[in-house]
Design a protein around this ligand. Structure first.
Ligand code: SAH
Length: 218
C-alpha cells in the first residue's frame, strides 16, 4: 500500500517535470499544458516502460507503432489552438489513445480513428477510466477522413503522409485547420493547412519523425 502511494507520487512528480520541460521548450499555451497534466502518459505505455513514460521520446506501443513524443503533441495542439478553440476535432491515428485524451480536454468533440483494430481496443481500455464523454473512437482508414461526422474545425494527423489526403482537406470546415506531418520517413516536417473558403494555405513547422500513414484497416 505504502509502495503504491509512493510510486503514484513519484509518477505525479515525473508528470509535472515533463510539463515543466515542455514549458522550457517553448510551449506557451497554458490550456495545453493543463490538459497534459491531466493525462498521465504512464497509463498509455506498457508497464515495463513506465520508467520512461515521461521522457520526451516516442515509445513503442506494439504493432510497430509508437506513442507520440510529448513535445510534438503539445506543439501540434498549440499551433492548432493559436487564437481560436479546437471545436469539433478529428484525430487520425489514435494509437494507444494518449493524444485523444489530451484533445478531449480541449475540444468540444473528438473523433479519433485508428486503422489497427487491436490497438484501438487497447486505446479503449486505456481511456475508459478517464470517462471522456466527448470522445468517440472508431476503427477506420483515416486517410479517407471520417465523413459521417464531417466537417471538422480541427484535424490532427499522427502519421506521416507524402501529400495531404484530399478527403481530409474536403472535410475541413471553413476556417478550419489541420496539422499533418509530410514527407518521407527520414525528412518529415509538420505542416499547418488552413482552409479559407475553397483556398488552402500551407505553412511549415518543425522537422519531426512519425510512423507512416497507411491505407486500409487491419
Ligand atoms: N496519437 C497517437 C500516436 C500513434 S502513432 C498517440 O497519442 O500516441 C500513429 C498511429 O497512426 C498508429 O497507431 C498507426 O496505426 C495509425 N495510422 C497509420 N495510418 C493510419 C490511417 N490511414 N488511418 C488511421 N490510423 C492510421
Amino acid at each position: 500500500m505504502m509502495r503504491t502511494v509512493e510510486s503514484a507520487q513519484s509518477a505525479q512528480r515525473a508528470l509535472l517535470r515533463m510539463v515543466e520541460r515542455l514549458r522550457g521548450q517553448g510551449i506557451r499555451d497554458e490550456k495545453v499544458l493543463d490538459a497534459m497534466v491531466r493525462v498521465p502518459r504512464q497509463r498509455f505505455v506498457e508497464p515495463g516502460l513506465a520508467f520512461s513514460a515521461y521522457d520526451d521520446t516516442p515509445l513503442p506501443i506494439g504493432y510497430q507503432q509508437t506513442i507520440s513524443q510529448p513535445f510534438v503533441v503539445a506543439r501540434m495542439i498549440e499551433v492548432l489552438r493559436s487564437g481560436r478553440e479546437l471545436g469539433r476535432t478529428l484525430e487520425v491515428g489514435a494509437g494507444c489513445g494518449y493524444q485523444a485524451a489530451v484533445l478531449s480536454f480541449l475540444a468540444t468533440e473528438v473523433y479519433a480513428v485508428e486503422r489497427i483494430r487491436p490497438l484501438l481496443d487497447r486505446a479503449r481500455e486505456n481511456l475508459r477510466p478517464f470517462r471522456l464523454a466527448n470522445l468517440r473512437l472508431k476503427c477506420a482508414d483515416g486517410s479517407l477522413g471520417l465523413p459521417e461526422a464531417a466537417p471538422y474545425d480541427t484535424i490532427i494527423v499522427a502519421a506521416a503522409a507524402r501529400e495531404v489526403p484530399l478527403p481530409l482537406k474536403e472535410q475541413l470546415a471553413p476556417g478550419g485547420r489541420m496539422m499533418i506531418p509530410l514527407g518521407a520517413q527520414a525528412e518529415q516536417q509538420l505542416i499547418l493547412v488552413e482552409r479559407h473558403g475553397n483556398q488552402y494555405k500551407e505553412s511549415r513547422f518543425e522537422a519531426v519523425r512519425f510512423v507512416p500513414l497507411l491505407s486500409g484497416i487491419e
